[in-house]
Design a protein around this ligand. Structure first.
Ligand SMILES: *Cc1c(COP(=O)(O)O)cnc(C)c1O
Length: 365
């Protein structure tokens, strides 16, 4: 809710609209909590668009997909009100149909402006990227007829970044596509804005929004995922065994990063853990790892004031984003329950998973 208030304030002060990128967080039981602070949802394809339309009804429903499938498109028109295409060919294939169905049409552009280091898999501006239309491709393939179909442009190039990176990106967007922005109704500046992080520069974000809004008479959209549910959610795990290999003491717990928090391995990053320190900082250091057969199913090295024993509970923090929507049952590892922690300290069970959830992803017998 604190995140929601920050996002609401930015919308109130700048007139922009903020959408929830559902791929980061889609526990729809909590959409009613978020809805008052948001203009709607953003989807990565048919299923998320349907979820947004069903679970945040009456709000805007945007969709971007790198390539839509013919067999999904008619149904997608039932749910989405803004449809963003990735390429001129996709726009040509589906654009007129979407327009005739009364949809707002956008094209994702690639400003070819990398502002992040280290996380190459999160950089849509990396050389050879498939995401977004480059200026060269626009010039080659965008005829006036298809430009006239567009209501807006979309870019998404940031990942966990501050507004200085947005400012740099906007310069590239203006330089390359400024002429066409004047013909548009809206500009969607994607996600990756870490707006609700305490040290994020929100004043600069507001300046960026107002600059684009006023220079080109645009409605501005942002579609953060992380920022909506940042620093929310805990993952409780139990220590199953403590083993020794040379100087390394390893605690195996029933949370598997490979299954439950794949970004810990994929990104990679080190999740915060309640009441712990860096390796060597407190007296007892452990490597924390999951129960699967994957050698790399390891969270990292953490230290504690007291030794860990079988049966101890550990509490990972900031677990709401990119976990429940990205987990899997590799190795037949069970998925944890999902509970809502209410303000009055009571709890509500949202989901409990069992053998069926593992089995029915593999067959229907
Ligand atoms: C991933 C993504 C988002 C959300 O990104 P966050 O980093 O979670 O804020 C928004 N829009 C698009 C197109 C995305 O691919």
């Amino acid at each position: 809710m604190a995140n929601g208030q920050i996002l609401k304030e930015i919308q109130d002060e700048t007139g922009c609209k903020i959408l929830l990128a559902q791929k980061a967080f889609s526990n729809y039981d909590l959409y009613p909590v978020l809805a008052p602070y948001l203009a709607g949802t953003e989807a990565s394809g048919l299923f998320e668009a349907r979820l947004g339309a069903e679970e945040m009804p009456g709000k805007e429903c945007h969709v971007f997909c790198a390539a839509y499938r013919e067999e999904d498109f008619e149904e997608l028109l039932l749910y989405a009100d803004h449809i963003v295409f990735n390429s001129p060919t996709q726009l040509k294939k589906f654009g007129i149909r979407a327009k005739n169905a009364g949809k707002e049409i956008g094209l994702r552009i690639n400003p070819e402006c990398s502002t992040q280091e280290g996380h190459a898999i999160y950089d849509p501006c990396a050389p050879g990227s498939r995401l977004g239309t480059t200026f060269a491709q626009w010039q080659r393939d965008m005829t006036p007829e298809y430009i006239a179909l567009l209501d807006g442009l979309h870019f998404h190039t940031l990942c966990e970044q501050d507004s200085d990176a947005l400012e740099v990106t906007l310069q590239a967007v203006e330089e390359k596509f400024g002429f066409f922005l004047g013909k548009m109704k809206w500009l969607n500046m994607g996600g990756g804005h870490h707006i609700t992080r305490p040290d994020y520069d929100r004043e600069r974000l507001k300046k960026c929004i107002c600059h684009m809004r006023d220079t080109y008479s645009l409605e501005i959209y942002l579609e953060p995922g992380e920022a909506v549910a940042l620093n929310a959610g805990y993952l409780l795990t139990r220590v199953l065994d403590v083993v020794q290999n040379g100087d390394t003491t390893i605690a195996i717990h029933d949370m598997s990063p490979a299954c439950h928090t794949p970004d810990v391995i994929e990104m990679p990053y080190r999740p915060p853990l309640y009441s712990s320190g860096e390796a060597g900082e407190k007296q007892h250091t452990y490597r924390l790892a999951g129960p699967t057969c994957l050698a790399g199913d390891v969270v990292g090295d953490y230290s504690f004031d007291t030794p860990l024993y079988e049966g101890d509970f550990l509490l990972y923090e900031d677990m709401a984003i990119y976990s429940t929507c990205k987990n899997n049952t590799f190795n037949g590892i069970p998925l944890p329950d999902i509970w809502e922690a209410k303000c009055d300290s009571s709890y509500r069970l949202l989901a409990r998973f069992g053998y069926e959830d593992f089995k029915y992803r593999l067959g229907r017998k």
